[in-house]
Design a protein around this ligand. Sequence first.
Ligand code: PLP
Length: 390
Amino acid sequence: MTESSKQGLSTRSIHGHSFTDAHGSPHLPVYDTTTFTFKSTADLLDVVDGRKPGSLYTRYGLNPSIFAIEETLASLEGAEMAWSFCSGMAAETALFLTHGREGVICIGDAYGGTLELLANQLPLLGIRTHLILGNELDKLDTLLTGGGKLVFFETPTNPALELLDIRTISAKAHANGALVAIDNTFASPVNQRPLELGADFVVHSATKYLGGHSDLTAGVLMGSKELLMPVWNWRKNLGSTIAPGTASLLARSLRTLVVRVRQQNESAQRIAEAMERHPKVSYVYYPGLVDFPGHALAKDQMYGFGGMLTIEVAGSGEYATRVADRLKLFALAPSLGGAESLVTQPCTTTHHGLTAEERTRRSISDAMLRLSVGLEDADDLIADLEQALD
Ligand code: PLP
């Protein structure tokens, strides 16, 4: 896809909010205060009753650090509005409780915590949830019957980087009176902007690429004002708003988002190509490889192929564990999107909670290693993988 609209993404990542600091600080200050004072009851009531915008109480999200980060995040995804949260899971929970009460249909592999929430917790509240695989889209028509449902998916998926067609699924969902939410954590707005492709919501674990330094936990939900306004009360009363200090740290991170992600895309492509040639690697899952099944769709709906890839080693699960343990630059940890490269063996971490049969059904083999490519030199990362495989 080609870039569209107004100012460029890098400019918006730095100047994407209307906040100006009275003292001239070029970066977003932390308004580390729980409440805000007013000169009169009339002024207070203007804000409480929504007649005037203004800061009021931090848990409500009415705090300048929070306003500014939400404006920047909305600008990056091309959304009308954004609400920020204390974690990605908090953002998803508020979304499901507001817009998923008629039922949630989750397509393909999603983050383990999301699957757990959908399979175990939401049904306790009487919310019907349906989990289908990416190759079971023929079930969608029946599941959508009755309308009012929320379709939720990630693309590319974890750990097999499966591509799901945002335009086609959104059109089908809308034709059946459903809404569509995409978890865009893996791609980041640099590589994919689902709202441009017809989705209604974008949700992120900002803990990953948006934060980018493995030093903050946050989430964000974006979409139209009409769809986001009802979420506000859930966030307020669940008490799951982002903290002002985290909002300011996230604003710091967003200023380098574009250069970080583009560098990670470039390194991941080089690593994927090197791994494709390696005799001890049997398969490389990466949308940037021309022979990868999702390549054409990725080219169509993404601006870049991302910093996540999965290799399947030519050998047993034990061999994959030994490779993971021998890596020196790739640290063994289940997160992603930071400046440092990370490796996980899905069967021992992200998908450890699934039975072996369920992992097989989802084509997740014990020989898979998922790599989150950081900002080290690509040559060093390739050398690290080669020494570990050999
Ligand atoms: N979505 C994806 C794709 C994730 O990988 C994660 C966490 O790993 C989450 C959502 C949940 O985010 P958080 O840990 O910020 O709650």
